[in-house]
Design a protein around this ligand. Structure first.
Ligand code: FES
Ligand SMILES: [Fe+2]
Length: 375
């Protein structure tokens, strides 16, 4: 009999999955990209926000529009730690209080507030708490303690965050989707893995065994993961990624990968990263290539295995090519899907509890979470 799943994909305000995701800190931007004086419009969870960095250095997330006559605040000016609307100068603090209305009578400003949200910066990313009530403690991951390098990327992808999460915990897809890729170099595609998984305090521990090597990674509720990632030239990193919905069928993968490389090794790593950036800039954008493949104009196997975005293109074909609005309960899952199945069960259990007013599990990230590469 088909399983009945809640809707994991609709994320707007009021949707069940959207309400659940809003109960956790979510990354919204890369820290170093947000300069003082340059506010940014941000769309996350099917909702718009204004992000800016005050002159004191702190980042703030407030409502998207000025309550006077609705101009987007993202074109405003940063004055001190406040944001001034471009249209008629109404000025708001990072906590949403209207502080000045140059064209109005005194006393009016005190009565005007806009929405504002708690913000913190960690691992090179700006996180916001977009839910109701007080923000929960930030889930600290100690692999960053003493890390040599943190590498951030924000990659927009026009497919549902949940498809990407499922792909991320689907170990057998390596042997097919990434058959022609850098994973060949390290023998990861040679053997079919045996899979296991277990629910943990933070989500799911998953292992994939190939011969006598074990690859161990973590899925953290509700939408992030820690695993080992291999790249041409750069070698292995700790791959930490949040899959943050933009809309129902789009998301940004926010990455904060880290490696313990220092000194000359770190320099070589940076050089490899720069080289990859240059090669990427000379090629068609990865998403365009995915779209061409899905339109039949190219085949995934036409892409050179050393393309800097080969893995993302291949994953993009696998995720974007899925029937987007299908009922997941109709999928014919098997033993190779046990990790995907567990993620669905965890999500379904929590969404059902949220819908019915039941108790939600309080996820906790323990100290010392590590991965093994398994090759
Ligand atoms: S619309 Fe913002 S001050 Fe008038
Ligand atoms: Fe993949």
């Amino acid at each position: 009999m088909a399983v009945r799943y809640e809707n994991f994909v609709s994320v707007g305000p009021g949707s069940l999955a959207g309400r659940y995701l809003r109960m956790f800190w979510q990354p919204v931007y890369i820290s170093e990209r947000l300069a003082v004086g340059r506010p940014a419009p941000v769309r996350i969870l099917d909702e718009n926000f204004t992000l800016y960095r005050g002159e004191g250095g702190s980042a703030h997330v407030v409502a998207p529009h000025c309550p006077h006559r609705g101009l987007t605040l993202a074109v405003g000016r940063v004055v001190g730690d406040n944001i001034e609307c471009f249209y008629h100068g109404w000025t708001f603090s990072g906590r949403g209080q209207c502080l000045a209305q140059p064209t109005e009578n005194p006393g009016y400003a005190d009565k005007v507030r806009i929405a504002s949200y708690p913000v913190c910066e960690r691992y090179g990313l700006i996180f916001a708490y977009l839910g109701e009530g007080a923000a929960p403690d930030f889930p600290e991951l100690d692999i960053y303690d003493g890390a040599g390098l943190v590498q951030n990327r924000a990659s927009f992808r026009p497919w549902a965050f949940f498809a990407q999460i499922e792909n991320g915990v689907d170990e057998t897809h390596f042997n097919f989707v990434h058959r022609r890729s850098k994973f060949d170099d390290i023998g990861m595609n040679a053997t079919m893995p045996t899979l296991s998984c277990e629910e943990t305090d933070y989500g799911m521990l998953r292992t994939a065994t190939r011969g006598d090597s074990v690859r161990k990674g973590h899925f953290l509720m509700p939408n992030w993961s820690l695993s080992s990632k291999y790249e041409h030239d750069e070698g292995w990193t700790n791959h930490v990624v949040w899959r943050v919905p933009v809309g129902d069928n789009s998301h940004i993968s926010f990455m904060a990968d880290t490696t313990s490389k220092t000194g000359a090794d770190a320099d070589a790593y940076r050089l490899a990263q720069d080289g990859k950036k240059k090669r990427r800039a000379a090629l068609a954008p990865a998403i365009e290539t995915v779209q061409q493949i899905l339109a039949g104009a190219l085949h995934a196997d036409d892409i050179a295995p050393d393309h800097p975005d080969i893995i993302m293109i291949q994953d993009g074909v696998a995720c974007m090519g899925q029937k987007a609005h299908r009922d997941r309960g109709e999928d014919l899952l098997g033993a190779s899907d046990r990790q995907v199945s567990m993620v669905r069960r965890l999500w379904n259990r929590e969404l059902t509890a949220l819908r019915d007013g039941g108790a939600l599990k309080q996820w906790r990230v323990p100290q010392g979470l590590t991965t093994t590469r398994g090759v």
